[in-house]
Design a protein around this ligand. Structure first.
Ligand code: FAD
Ligand code: EPU
Length: 342
């Protein structure tokens, strides 16, 4: 498929929040050479550096973009090698994440079944170090293949060089806006050990009356849980958790616990606690709140939603109001997980 270029294009169908902003140029790319071509054209014409887009499920556009958008559609799942225990898969950045998970589950390749139904494309998965239900991409990542945006050089990043942390990686900090990911290599297990450490999975499997779960069962359990509390972006615009769960010191956590005994936090064992931001936001009265078409989801307070025609600015105003009330009440600063663009 050849490089496709659109002028003055609305991005409404390119972000799961459903925000209607425009870009002057949208490139639909299907091969790393097409990405290079688009980057080179924009550089030669001294344009604002382009925005790289996958499935648009972790972005909030707040205005028309002064930049072009490069949408990464590179497909393909290829077995690079395998041995008795593992399989190494090279996956195009434009593959749909959940379809890739289903492909692995159906082949009984284990490691990402707990990450079923996360929206978006494979290319963003190491960037965000996506995580859910006790697993993160860092547990299975082998290599990231990326294009240097200024030189066009192809670079291989072994997983150990990607600085993967909680919803964080080298591509979001040290190398922010410097690389476009075109392939990701994962190392999966051929001898599955299911991970049901997350309480909600155990409860769901009990409900399903399954004692010795397969990875398919774990995947189904995760899908059920997610469908029961997260809004489907096809029906209500959203980008999943809007904020990260904050980390605070054990001392601060115990002081808060004395004042708010029901506070939800997890001991990270390193002198820090991870606090459930959804609980903090709910306590401040935001759960189910709606102003115009911007709102806070009624089943999960950590998810901000667009009921139809909200602008990115209106969602961002709600974000600021929530941050302020959580700060006033708990003295905790909530950091957005969503990438705010424009
Ligand atoms: P985009 O939104 O298109 O991009 C995200 C960021 O990555 C942007 O900064 C973009 O510039 C950059 N980027 C994208 N592709 C590339 C590339 N190829 N090269 C370089 N940079 C790139 N996330 C979780 O971790 N866990 C969850 O459980 C979870 N649940 C969600 C539930 C819902 C209903 C929704 C809507 C979102 C959820 N998310 C979750 C967030 C989101 O799905 C993930 O962050 C996902 O990885 C984003 O992928 P994407 O392709 O849509 O990225
Ligand atoms: N809670 C409330 N009220 C709410 C929401 C949550 O009190 O409205 C409390 C409950 O006590 C609940 C706890 O918070 O038990 C945790 O909630 P949940 O299990 O829904 O998980 P989360 O911490 O809100 C995180 C990730 C999700 C991921 C789930 C499951 C972040 C920012 N979010 O949510 O990821 O799917 O755990 O592992 O870490 C995403 O990143 O977009 C995302 C959806």
């Amino acid at each position: 498929m050849a490089l496709k270029i659109f002028s003055n294009k609305s991005l409404r169908d390119y972000n799961t929040f459903g925000i209607d902003v425009q870009t002057h140029t949208l490139y639909e790319t299907h091969h790393q050479d097409e990405i290079k071509e688009a980057l080179e054209y924009e550089r030669r014409n001294k344009q604002t550096p382009p925005v790289i887009l996958g499935g648009g499920s972790n972005v909030l556009f707040v205005s028309n973009l002064p930049a072009a958008v490069i949408k990464v559609n590179i497909k393909g799942i290829k077995i690079l090698r395998e041995d008795e225990n593992n399989v190494w898969l090279k996956v195009g950045a434009g593959e749909v994440w959940h379809s890739f998970v289903m492909h692995c589950v159906n082949n009984n390749w284990a490691g990402i079944e707990n990450l079923s139904l996360i929206p978006g494309l494979v290319g963003a998965s190491p960037m965000q170090n996506i995580g859910a239900y006790g697993v993160e991409v860092k547990d299975v990542l082998y290599e990231v293949h990326a294009i240097n945006r200024s030189s066009g050089e192809l670079v291989i990043f072994p997983a150990s060089t990607c600085a993967l942390g909680y919803r964080d990686s080298v591509f979001k900090v040290k190398y922010k806006n410097q690389f476009v990911i075109y392939d990701v290599v994962f190392k999966l297990n051929k001898k599955p050990i299911v991970n049901t450490s997350y309480g909600a999975i155990k409860q769901e499997l009990e409900k399903m009356k399954i004692n010795t779960p397969t990875i398919k069962d774990v995947s189904n359990a995760v899908i059920h849980i997610r469908q029961s509390k997260l809004p489907d972006p096809k029906k209500i615009g959203n980008a999943g958790s809007f904020f990260k769960n904050p980390f605070i010191s054990s001392d601060s956590f115990h002081l808060l616990k004395a004042k708010f005994p029901a506070i939800v936090g997890y001991d990270l064992g390193n002198g820090q606690y991870k606090v459930a931001a959804g609980w903090l936001i709910e306590q401040c009265g935001w759960k189910g709140f709606r102003r115009g078409d911007a709102g806070c989801y009624d089943k999960q307070a950590l998810v901000l939603v667009n009921f139809g025609k909200a602008s990115g600015k209106e969602i961002l105003e709600l974000c600021s109001d929530i941050q302020k009330s959580v700060m006033d009440r708990f003295n905790i600063h909530l950091v957005p997980e969503v990438n705010v663009i424009g």
